[in-house]
Ligand binder design. Structure first.
Ligand SMILES: [Zn+2]
Length: 341
């Protein structure tokens, strides 16, 4: 089955296409980036590393839902919580401006309802547990504002654990006691744990503590390209056994290729290693990545569907990769945990 672009677009109209990771809220907060304006690509000032996502192009791409990931600069750590709040404010303002276009969502049902109403589901995630500033109760506060996943690490060590590489990296060190408490508090408050950027030891420690599915929101895989940021087959299988999903990143650097087929290679590897319930998409758009040719922005998502179909992925499995697996994880992790919604 090889789909034409028109057929891929028609498929996107039917299924729920989800992206697990884009850094657009930071642009909205810091640069006044208007989510409702169609932006030319690329933004000249920043080469082609940002300016990948806006509502008109999400519509072109047939997107059902977008995770907005909130990243912060941990040096100093103080102020990171406020920075996440400012990015949440930016999404709140966008939703207030056009509630018919964009809707805060937490569950599979929310995403389906948004699409049925002609809106795009907005979901929130935090990139880097330093945003908690060492406060466990920050997780509940962020959850109540719409944060649905917490990436434990980013590019530097924090109170939770160590990054795969970067300031304070230490391959021998796993999750701290506080880190284990964070995993438990995430489960209590309906926040999915994101294992992107964490070192290998911490990755398995987190899975050991978890009783609910986790995800890796944006990554490449070592089975295709050797890069410190990518995860190996054992990591993929462990996440899969716990019911999680792996979002494949759209960054040439981590993919080890400059074309859309590099993304397909990584998706197919996850499919081979862990089965059809695991691969998902986590672009890292607007996160200073250089995306592959043919996948320059969110509007180009149907090209990926075409490319996957050309490599033999059936319509049934495509539906899972494009977003079905994300919806399953959203359904498997109670939206508000043990909090009263
Ligand atoms: Zn990242």
């Amino acid at each position: 089955m090889s789909l034409t672009l028109d057929e891929a677009r028609a498929m996107h109209a039917e299924v729920h296409v989800m992206d697990l990771h884009a850094d657009t809220a930071k642009l909205m907060d810091k640069l006044g980036y208007d989510l409702y304006e169609r932006h030319e690509r690329p933004l000249p000032r920043f080469a082609n590393m940002i300016g990948h996502v806006d509502v008109p192009r999400m519509r072109d791409g047939g997107m059902a839902g977008q995770f907005f990931s909130f990243w912060t600069n941990p040096l100093p750590e103080r102020g990171c919580g406020a920075s996440v709040a400012a990015q949440l404010d930016a999404i709140d303002r966008a939703i207030d401006q056009h509630p018919e276009q964009l809707r805060w969502s937490r569950t599979g049902a929310d995403v389906r309802a948004a699409k049925a109403a002609g809106a795009i589901a907005a979901l929130g995630g935090i990139e880097g547990g330093h945003a908690l500033e060492g406060q466990l109760d920050a997780i509940e506060a962020f959850s109540r504002r719409g944060v649905r996943y917490l990436g434990l690490l980013h590019f530097s060590a924090n109170a939770i654990g160590k990054p795969a590489k970067g300031k304070g990296a230490d391959a021998a060190a796993g999750l701290t006691g506080f880190g284990r408490d964070v995993v438990r508090e995430c489960e209590r408050t309906g926040v999915i744990v994101d294992l992107a950027h964490i070192n290998r030891r911490g990755y398995f420690d987190a899975l050991e503590v978890a009783t609910q599915p986790m995800m890796v929101s944006h990554t490449g895989v070592l089975g295709v390209h050797p890069h410190w940021r990518n995860i190996d087959d054992e990591q993929i299988r462990a996440l899969a056994n716990a019911g999680g999903c792996v979002g494949i990143i759209f960054s040439r650097k981590y993919l080890g290729g400059a074309t859309i087929d590099a993304v397909v290679d990584h998706v197919l590897h996850v499919l081979d290693v862990a089965g059809e319930d695991v691969p998902a998409l986590g672009s890292d758009f607007d996160g200073f990545v250089v995306p592959p040719a043919g996948l320059e922005d969110i509007a180009a998502m149907p090209n990926l569907t075409v490319a996957l179909s050309r490599r033999g992925v059936s319509a049934r499995v495509l539906e899972k990769i494009l977003g079905g697996n994300v919806l399953r994880v959203l359904d498997a992790v109670p939206a508000w945990g043990k909090l009263a919604a």
